[in-house]
Design a protein around this ligand. Structure first.
Ligand code: ADP
Ligand code: MG
Length: 474
């Protein structure tokens, strides 16, 4: 992919002036985060980091990512309903990974008691990078799918105006018009609203499970605002509040502070540090309830790296999506190399290959939220340590995607504008609602482009590494 903004990135003075304008526009548009000093308060806020220019993305790859999103929705839904597949896939992992084991335990308990709700709501984001092929072209390769707390759908709707502004200041009105409009939070809210409607109780609320310290509050508010506009009220509570004031009646209807809850939307609960023993109890209570969970624990498990790796096994998609060869082909085309580290010959071979070529692989534990993967020399050391231990089954190996770097200018509060060699990660938001056996909704609802300097192997926007961006289709 060509760099795109070439000479504009050389003129330091112009960049500084453009950056000032861009930052002010970002603040005016609501591209906001709370600060790391005051993560629980909106008294003083700042802009979310972003690129000065939109980054060039091949239209065909953008279209491909959109086209496969409904297939990914179907796949996640199919995996979440397939208890035997989840059990088999995660059996070695849960022996060594306490967090996944805890989730799996809740899953088993709920299945044993009987699932209380027939409506299922999935809000996910499938993330990709653009692998550079030998011939210079690029291929869309999935990094992962996020089935819980997929974020930045709210802020992503506000960044197009900022990039249009920058291009308009430069007199590039035709280019500005090429930046796609985007409104994931509206689509995500439509999914929640549909689930709420199917629950069928006019006074019931949506319960958003929130963290105490939430810098990304404005992203969440975008969804809350869309719901309120449909006269659906959201209450924000922590797991601790659920422990204290949540209850189930004899029909397992969920009540919070005396208000009935139709939908539970998790923006917490995807990392071990989110759970005290008490919080695990609260999660179990929510899962047992007949509120629609987004996601339910089975769908959260469907988003683990171990499941992703097993799905790439030859013949697996055909089993999970029978009679849908076209969907299977679209899905498989986006898969990178994924390797099991379960004890045995297959895992041994993957480890040998990764140690021999450390720059071609990534070692991933069953974690979300960025900053957990191991690369290069660190990966080799970990593999040497793990290779004779069953602990290795709690990891997977993945082919490392190598996109073609390009230049852009990164803007962050407190730092001068910085021109850097960058790579991007494209996310597509997907929404589905199922009632019993009927799929009531299956859509893609927008995109997120995140860009980071190439020296960072890992990490998203929340981790302080990547910044918000927009695709400039070429
Ligand atoms: P998390 O659940 O922590 O977000 P990811 O699988 O998305 O885990 O990995 C975090 C980051 O690491 C990604 O955003 C990407 O920048 C980088 N990364 C992950 N997998 C690969 C890969 N196969 N090749 C190159 N970079 C990767
Ligand atoms: Mg990720």
């Amino acid at each position: 992919m060509a760099t795109g903004w070439g000479s504009l990135l050389q003129d330091e003075q112009q960049l500084e002036e453009l950056a000032r304008q861009a930052v002010d526009r970002a603040l005016a548009e609501g591209v906001l985060l709370r600060t790391s000093q005051e993560p629980s308060s909106s008294d003083v806020v700042s802009y979310a980091p972003f690129t000065l220019f939109p980054s060039l993305v091949t239209s065909a790859l953008l279209e491909q990512a959109y086209a496969v999103q409904m297939d990914f929705n179907l796949l996640v839904d199919a995996v979440s309903q397939n208890a035997a597949f989840l059990e088999q896939t995660l059996s070695s992992t849960i022996k060594r990974d306490n967090f996944t084991a805890h989730l799996f335990d809740i899953h088993k308990q709920v299945l044993k008691e009987g699932v209380a709700q027939t409506v299922f709501l999935g809000l996910n984001r499938s993330d990709y990078m653009f692998q550079r092929n030998a011939d210079g072209s690029a291929a869309l390769k999935q990094i992962e799918i996020n089935t819980i707390s997929a974020s930045f759908g709210g802020l992503a709707s506000r960044t197009p105006a900022v990039h249009r502004h920058v291009l308009n200041v430069l007199g590039k009105t035709k280019e500005a018009a090429k930046i796609l409009s985007n409104n994931p939070s509206k689509g995500l809210a439509m999914g929640i609203a549909k689930a709420w409607e199917l629950y069928g109780s006019a006074n019931a609320r949506v319960l958003l499970i929130a963290q105490e310290k939430e810098r990304n509050i404005f992203d969440q508010r975008a969804i809350e605002n869309e719901l309120l506009a449909r006269n659906i009220h959201v209450i924000r509570r922590k797991f601790e509040d659920v422990s204290e004031k949540g209850s189930l009646d004899q029909d397992r209807r969920l009540f919070m502070d005396g208000q009935e809850v139709a939908v539970v939307y998790f923006r917490d609960g995807y990392m071990p540090s989110h759970y005290s023993l008490q919080n695990w109890e609260a999660r179990l209570l929510l899962e047992r309830s007949c509120a629609v969970k987004c996601p339910d624990v089975a769908t959260q498990l469907a988003g683990t790296k171990k499941v992703q790796q097993e799905l790439s096994r030859s013949g697996m998609l055909e089993v999970l999506l029978p009679g849908q060869p076209e969907a299977v082909a679209r899905l498989r085309a986006t898969f990178a190399g994924l390797y099991s580290l379960d004890m045995g010959e297959e895992g041994d071979q993957a480890i040998t290959e990764a140690i021999a070529a450390p720059n071609c692989f990534v070692l991933k534990p069953q974690r979300e939220g960025g900053g957990n993967n191991l690369y290069g020399e660190e990966m080799v050391q970990a593999l040497e340590r793990l290779k004779d231990s069953e602990e290795r089954a709690s990891y997977i190996l993945m082919e490392k995607i190598e996109p073609e770097p390009f230049e852009n200018c990164l803007l962050r509060p407190g730092s001068p504008a910085r021109v850097a060699q960058c790579i991007s990660e494209l996310g597509i938001f997907g929404v589905y609602v199922r009632q019993g056996k009927t799929l009531v909704m299956n859509k893609h609802v927008g995109h997120l482009l995140r860009t980071k300097a190439i020296e960072h192997a890992d990490g998203g926007v929340a981790a302080g590494v990547a910044v918000l961006d927009n695709p400039y289709p070429v």
